[in-house]
Design a protein around this ligand. Sequence first.
Ligand code: NAD
Length: 295
Amino acid sequence: MATIGFIGLGNMGLPMASNLVKAGHEVLGFDTSPTILEAASDEKIITCLTASDAAAEAEVLITMLPNGEILLSVMEEILPVTPKGALLIDCSTVDVDSAKAFHAHASAKGLGSIDAPVSGGIGGAQAGTLTFMIGGSEADCKRAEPYLDIMGGKQVRCGEGSAGQAAKICNNMLLATTMIGVGEAFSLGKKLGLEPQALYDVMSTSSGSCWSINTYCPVPGVGPTSPADNDYKPGFASSLMIKDASLAQIAADASGQATPMGSRALELYKEFAAQSGEDLDFSGIITWLENLERG
Ligand code: NAD
């Protein structure tokens, strides 16, 4: 069994680290929040006073942090003490440039590294069914496999370093646009006198079908249970969708690729959040779309 350092024990990190403990690994955890460290202790995670303490004995070091800036500042702190040959696994969602810097810093210290952002949300983290989108060498991905297997149900190697982050933001930019499309279709259907259930029965089995309808239908009482059935309690908060859609636009700017739907989707989520707050599930945008007047 391995000694694993785990830095960032928030909504996602704590259940992921807890699953590693349940599988028999020794997990040394650090988070800047004392309350979270108390909760981690209840999960049999050995809590540390600094990120360096969590890293100093680690064979594998996992980070699950809010953004690229924080990831790189944590890297700066831990790299001098991380044992030679350790494998760094960053599961945070960060911008592509920060992911590249993460790999460069690790490689300069002779450490293995993969970027492995996740899909599946808090429920997936608790159930150990996350999907990992991975960037890194084949050898590092192979080494990470047994640990990712405990925390997730599926691993897709997307390419070399930072490819996981690239895939994550492309996927979430698509999700941002499909959820708005689904919200618009149901809103127009309502105005045309259609029952949402009838429209669901058509769209979920026709050419418009997609995850945003079939798995995460934004209309209460229609389709499988989703945040719509729980007053749009997340799920996946609008703040996180705005973060990911913004990362996609940063990458689009840097690469020179036009993404007219992606950039408009970001504007619409910002308008929705300005009115309803950032804490509602992103699928709640349907409630805002329904009230939009045609200009
Ligand atoms: P969170 O805010 O609940 O957790 C982040 C944790 O990092 C917090 O507990 C915070 O105290 C800690 N932290 C901040 N700075 C730190 C530092 N310098 N050292 C140590 N700890 C520090 O966020 P989350 O929902 O757990 O998300 C974590 C990452 O996963 C984010 O990058 C997010 O975009 C991504 N993600 C989240 C979801 C989701 O549904 N919540 C889904 C997919 C991906």
